[in-house]
Ligand binder design. Sequence first.
Ligand code: URA
Length: 237
Amino acid sequence: MRLAKYLAQSGVASRRHAEDLIRAGQVTVNGTVVTEVVTLVDPKTDSIKVGNRRLYAEPLFYVLLNKPAGYISTAHDPQGRPTVIELTADLPVRLHPVGRLDFDTEGLLLLTNDGEFTNLVTHPRYQIDKKYLVKVKGYVTDEEAAHLQQGVEVEDGMTAPAIIKLRNRNQMFTEMEITIHEGRKRQVKRMCAAVGHPVVNLTRTGLGFLELGPLKTGEYRLLSSDEVEGIKMAAWG
Ligand code: URA
Protein backbone atom coordinates (compact mmCIF):
# COMPACT_ATOMS: atom_id res chain seq x y z
CA MET A 1 0.00 0.00 0.00
CA ARG A 2 1.06 3.60 -0.38
CA LEU A 3 3.25 4.87 2.42
CA ALA A 4 1.11 7.96 3.10
CA LYS A 5 -1.99 5.84 3.38
CA TYR A 6 -0.26 3.49 5.77
CA LEU A 7 0.91 6.37 7.98
CA ALA A 8 -2.62 7.73 8.05
CA GLN A 9 -4.04 4.31 8.92
CA SER A 10 -1.53 3.88 11.73
CA GLY A 11 -2.89 7.05 13.31
CA VAL A 12 0.34 9.01 12.91
CA ALA A 13 -1.23 11.89 11.03
CA SER A 14 -3.94 12.80 8.60
CA ARG A 15 -3.27 11.68 5.05
CA ARG A 16 -2.27 15.21 4.09
CA HIS A 17 0.04 15.69 7.06
CA ALA A 18 1.49 12.23 6.41
CA GLU A 19 2.55 13.38 2.96
CA ASP A 20 4.18 16.45 4.50
CA LEU A 21 6.10 14.24 6.94
CA ILE A 22 7.34 12.10 4.07
CA ARG A 23 8.44 15.10 1.98
CA ALA A 24 10.21 16.55 5.02
CA GLY A 25 12.38 13.41 5.25
CA GLN A 26 10.90 12.31 8.60
CA VAL A 27 9.98 8.81 7.44
CA THR A 28 12.27 5.84 6.92
CA VAL A 29 11.51 2.51 5.30
CA ASN A 30 13.92 -0.24 6.32
CA GLY A 31 16.37 2.37 7.56
CA THR A 32 16.36 4.53 4.40
CA VAL A 33 14.82 8.00 4.31
CA VAL A 34 12.01 8.08 1.79
CA THR A 35 10.74 11.41 0.44
CA GLU A 36 8.52 10.11 -2.36
CA VAL A 37 4.88 10.07 -1.25
CA VAL A 38 3.89 7.41 -3.76
CA THR A 39 6.36 4.89 -2.32
CA LEU A 40 4.77 1.48 -1.91
CA VAL A 41 5.34 -0.44 1.31
CA ASP A 42 4.41 -3.80 2.73
CA PRO A 43 3.55 -3.20 6.40
CA LYS A 44 3.97 -6.93 7.11
CA THR A 45 7.62 -6.99 6.13
CA ASP A 46 8.89 -3.40 5.95
CA SER A 47 10.15 -1.55 9.00
CA ILE A 48 8.56 1.90 8.83
CA LYS A 49 9.57 4.66 11.22
CA VAL A 50 8.49 8.24 11.78
CA GLY A 51 11.43 9.86 13.52
CA ASN A 52 12.52 7.19 15.97
CA ARG A 53 9.10 5.66 16.35
CA ARG A 54 8.52 2.35 14.63
CA LEU A 55 5.02 1.71 13.37
CA TYR A 56 3.51 -1.69 13.73
CA ALA A 57 0.75 -2.89 11.51
CA GLU A 58 0.01 -5.89 13.64
CA PRO A 59 0.94 -7.20 17.08
CA LEU A 60 4.38 -8.73 17.16
CA PHE A 61 4.77 -12.40 17.99
CA TYR A 62 7.94 -14.17 19.07
CA VAL A 63 7.73 -17.92 19.11
CA LEU A 64 10.15 -20.59 20.31
CA LEU A 65 9.47 -23.76 18.35
CA ASN A 66 10.87 -27.24 18.85
CA LYS A 67 11.37 -27.95 15.17
CA PRO A 68 10.90 -31.55 14.12
CA ALA A 69 13.14 -33.15 11.50
CA GLY A 70 11.43 -33.24 8.11
CA TYR A 71 10.34 -29.59 8.11
CA ILE A 72 11.98 -26.87 6.05
CA SER A 73 12.71 -23.52 7.73
CA THR A 74 11.51 -21.28 4.94
CA ALA A 75 8.07 -19.82 4.33
CA HIS A 76 7.64 -21.73 1.04
CA ASP A 77 9.22 -24.80 -0.39
CA PRO A 78 9.18 -25.23 -4.17
CA GLN A 79 9.36 -28.99 -3.59
CA GLY A 80 6.22 -28.85 -1.45
CA ARG A 81 7.81 -30.18 1.74
CA PRO A 82 6.25 -29.25 5.09
CA THR A 83 7.41 -25.87 6.41
CA VAL A 84 7.90 -24.72 10.01
CA ILE A 85 5.32 -21.99 9.35
CA GLU A 86 2.64 -24.66 9.25
CA LEU A 87 3.41 -25.50 12.87
CA THR A 88 2.30 -22.03 14.03
CA ALA A 89 -0.68 -21.73 11.68
CA ASP A 90 -3.04 -21.31 14.64
CA LEU A 91 -1.53 -17.88 15.42
CA PRO A 92 -3.34 -14.89 13.90
CA VAL A 93 -0.27 -13.54 12.05
CA ARG A 94 2.09 -14.95 9.50
CA LEU A 95 5.53 -15.62 10.94
CA HIS A 96 8.92 -16.22 9.39
CA PRO A 97 11.82 -18.20 10.85
CA VAL A 98 14.69 -16.33 12.51
CA GLY A 99 17.58 -18.00 10.73
CA ARG A 100 17.55 -21.56 9.55
CA LEU A 101 17.88 -25.11 10.72
CA ASP A 102 18.47 -27.80 8.11
CA PHE A 103 15.57 -29.98 6.96
CA ASP A 104 16.80 -32.88 9.10
CA THR A 105 17.88 -30.78 12.13
CA GLU A 106 15.62 -30.57 15.15
CA GLY A 107 15.27 -28.22 18.05
CA LEU A 108 15.13 -24.58 19.02
CA LEU A 109 14.00 -22.28 16.24
CA LEU A 110 12.59 -18.80 16.75
CA LEU A 111 9.83 -17.44 14.54
CA THR A 112 8.48 -13.92 14.47
CA ASN A 113 6.76 -11.30 12.35
CA ASP A 114 9.28 -8.66 13.52
CA GLY A 115 11.74 -8.21 10.66
CA GLU A 116 13.99 -5.95 12.72
CA PHE A 117 14.37 -8.61 15.41
CA THR A 118 15.26 -11.15 12.72
CA ASN A 119 17.91 -8.88 11.22
CA LEU A 120 19.40 -8.26 14.63
CA VAL A 121 19.55 -11.90 15.66
CA THR A 122 20.77 -13.28 12.33
CA HIS A 123 23.27 -10.59 11.37
CA PRO A 124 26.81 -12.05 11.36
CA ARG A 125 28.03 -9.00 13.28
CA TYR A 126 26.08 -10.14 16.35
CA GLN A 127 27.35 -13.22 18.06
CA ILE A 128 24.66 -15.10 19.86
CA ASP A 129 25.72 -18.51 21.16
CA LYS A 130 24.00 -21.46 19.54
CA LYS A 131 24.16 -24.74 21.41
CA TYR A 132 23.70 -28.10 19.69
CA LEU A 133 23.47 -31.65 20.87
CA VAL A 134 25.13 -33.70 18.18
CA LYS A 135 25.51 -37.41 17.59
CA VAL A 136 28.28 -38.34 15.19
CA LYS A 137 29.62 -41.57 13.79
CA GLY A 138 32.63 -43.12 15.50
CA TYR A 139 34.70 -42.37 18.58
CA VAL A 140 35.77 -38.72 18.83
CA THR A 141 39.18 -38.63 20.48
CA ASP A 142 40.22 -35.92 22.92
CA GLU A 143 42.56 -34.57 20.21
CA GLU A 144 39.71 -34.36 17.70
CA ALA A 145 37.52 -32.62 20.27
CA ALA A 146 40.32 -30.14 20.95
CA HIS A 147 40.68 -29.56 17.23
CA LEU A 148 36.95 -28.84 16.88
CA GLN A 149 37.22 -26.53 19.83
CA GLN A 150 40.09 -24.51 18.37
CA GLY A 151 38.53 -24.23 14.91
CA VAL A 152 38.71 -26.42 11.83
CA GLU A 153 39.26 -25.73 8.17
CA VAL A 154 36.07 -25.96 6.11
CA GLU A 155 35.62 -24.82 2.53
CA ASP A 156 34.76 -21.23 3.46
CA GLY A 157 37.66 -20.88 5.90
CA MET A 158 38.54 -21.66 9.52
CA THR A 159 35.70 -21.87 11.98
CA ALA A 160 35.89 -19.71 15.09
CA PRO A 161 36.65 -21.35 18.44
CA ALA A 162 33.79 -23.48 19.74
CA ILE A 163 32.98 -25.07 23.09
CA ILE A 164 32.87 -28.86 23.00
CA LYS A 165 31.53 -31.00 25.81
CA LEU A 166 31.82 -34.73 25.25
CA ARG A 167 28.79 -36.60 26.65
CA ASN A 168 28.95 -40.24 25.56
CA ARG A 169 31.29 -42.08 23.31
CA ASN A 170 31.86 -45.60 22.06
CA GLN A 171 33.31 -47.12 18.92
CA MET A 172 30.02 -46.61 17.03
CA PHE A 173 28.91 -43.12 18.06
CA THR A 174 29.87 -40.03 20.04
CA GLU A 175 27.42 -37.60 21.58
CA MET A 176 28.65 -34.11 22.36
CA GLU A 177 27.43 -30.61 22.96
CA ILE A 178 28.82 -27.99 20.59
CA THR A 179 28.41 -24.26 21.18
CA ILE A 180 29.23 -21.92 18.31
CA HIS A 181 28.41 -18.30 17.67
CA GLU A 182 28.93 -18.26 13.93
CA GLY A 183 25.96 -19.24 11.82
CA ARG A 184 27.40 -20.54 8.58
CA LYS A 185 25.43 -22.87 6.42
CA ARG A 186 25.50 -26.47 7.70
CA GLN A 187 28.28 -25.41 10.01
CA VAL A 188 28.11 -28.12 12.67
CA LYS A 189 27.83 -30.88 10.07
CA ARG A 190 30.78 -29.52 8.14
CA MET A 191 32.88 -29.10 11.30
CA CYS A 192 32.26 -32.69 12.37
CA ALA A 193 32.84 -34.02 8.86
CA ALA A 194 36.14 -32.10 8.77
CA VAL A 195 37.44 -34.20 11.69
CA GLY A 196 36.13 -37.41 10.11
CA HIS A 197 32.86 -37.86 12.03
CA PRO A 198 29.69 -37.42 9.97
CA VAL A 199 26.67 -36.16 11.89
CA VAL A 200 23.90 -38.67 12.49
CA ASN A 201 21.60 -36.48 14.57
CA LEU A 202 21.57 -32.76 15.27
CA THR A 203 19.40 -30.86 17.73
CA ARG A 204 19.72 -27.20 18.64
CA THR A 205 19.17 -26.94 22.39
CA GLY A 206 20.06 -23.33 23.12
CA LEU A 207 20.18 -19.85 21.63
CA GLY A 208 21.76 -17.23 23.87
CA PHE A 209 20.13 -17.76 27.26
CA LEU A 210 17.09 -19.47 25.73
CA GLU A 211 16.82 -23.21 26.21
CA LEU A 212 14.67 -25.71 24.39
CA GLY A 213 13.44 -27.01 27.77
CA PRO A 214 10.60 -29.51 28.02
CA LEU A 215 8.83 -28.52 24.77
CA LYS A 216 7.83 -31.58 22.78
CA THR A 217 8.86 -31.91 19.14
CA GLY A 218 6.54 -29.81 16.98
CA GLU A 219 5.32 -27.72 19.93
CA TYR A 220 5.96 -24.04 20.47
CA ARG A 221 5.64 -21.41 23.17
CA LEU A 222 5.54 -17.62 23.04
CA LEU A 223 8.56 -15.74 24.37
CA SER A 224 7.95 -13.33 27.24
CA SER A 225 8.78 -9.67 26.67
CA ASP A 226 11.76 -10.07 29.03
CA GLU A 227 13.06 -12.89 26.88
CA VAL A 228 12.66 -10.80 23.71
CA GLU A 229 14.50 -7.88 25.29
CA GLY A 230 17.16 -10.21 26.65
CA ILE A 231 17.84 -11.66 23.21
CA LYS A 232 18.13 -8.18 21.73
CA MET A 233 20.62 -7.26 24.44
CA ALA A 234 22.57 -10.46 23.82
CA ALA A 235 22.73 -9.62 20.11
CA TRP A 236 24.13 -6.20 20.87
CA GLY A 237 26.64 -7.95 23.12
N1 URA B 1 24.67 -26.65 11.73
C1 URA B 1 24.26 -27.53 10.79
O1 URA B 1 25.07 -28.22 10.20
N2 URA B 1 22.95 -27.63 10.54
C2 URA B 1 22.01 -26.91 11.18
O2 URA B 1 20.81 -27.05 10.91
C3 URA B 1 22.45 -25.99 12.16
C4 URA B 1 23.78 -25.89 12.40
